[in-house]
Design a protein around this ligand. Structure first.
Ligand code: GLN
Length: 195
């Protein structure tokens, strides 16, 4: 059994914790660098990537998170995926793990939030109910080692590069545990997409 860290600076971190509780997986909240000790993997939740950036820098977490994400399994959802990308703007500084062009709020603002059943055939046979809240859009994948696990209207919405999993939506807001199970399985069984 290993401990999953959940970055808990801002956003939907407690919902991820609830999912891990349902799966009986040990977790701990991560706010400061020392919290990463003993974490074997990390979830970076959705929220607001600009606020996350501010707090990551304020809490001196940036280098620690980048080092962690380069070496250990990480799952980023929505704003968490933005943080995993190479984005570098005045407001948002990504960790540079996933080389994708990402457009914040690409589907519109809060009122344009939506739910959609999507398929991820490499992961499960049934559909996943995906919740998109001020979700980013992946305009381009620049790295051939990134595997697209699910798309919506031909646009990637779920990606994996080796030990790094990223979703533009919020899997923790539905009762479907598929993606968290996949992440845990990915860690335990070392299901790592081929590069
Ligand atoms: N729009 C947010 C951002 O740019 C992401 C929204 C979310 O995580 N639900 O960071």
């Amino acid at each position: 059994m290993h401990t999953v860290g959940i970055l808990s600076l801002q956003g939907a971190f407690n919902k991820h914790a609830q999912v891990l509780e349902r799966l009986k997986v040990d977790y701990r909240y991560v706010k400061y660098p020392t919290d990463l000790i003993n974490c074997k993997s990390l979830i970076i939740p959705g929220g607001e990537s600009s606020s996350l950036t501010k707090l990551i820098l304020k809490n001196n977490l940036y280098d620690y998170l980048r080092d962690f994400a380069e070496n250990k399994p990480v799952f980023g959802t929505c704003a968490g995926l933005i943080i995993l990308s190479k984005i570098d703007t005045a407001l948002v500084k990504g960790l540079g793990i996933l080389d994708i062009n990402i457009e914040r709020n690409g589907w519109g603002s809060q009122i344009n939030s939506f739910k959609q059943n999507v398929s991820a055939p490499n992961i499960c046979n049934s559909k996943i109910n995906a919740v998109f809240i001020r979700a980013p859009r992946i305009a381009k994948v620049n790295d051939k080692n990134i595997k697209i696990l699910s798309s919506l209207n031909d646009e990637p919405i779920l990606l994996q590069k080796k030990k790094c999993l990223g979703a533009t939506f919020h899997p923790e807001l539905t009762s479907n545990l598929t993606l968290h199970k996949y992440f845990i399985k990915m860690i335990d069984e070392k299901i790592i997409t081929k590069s």
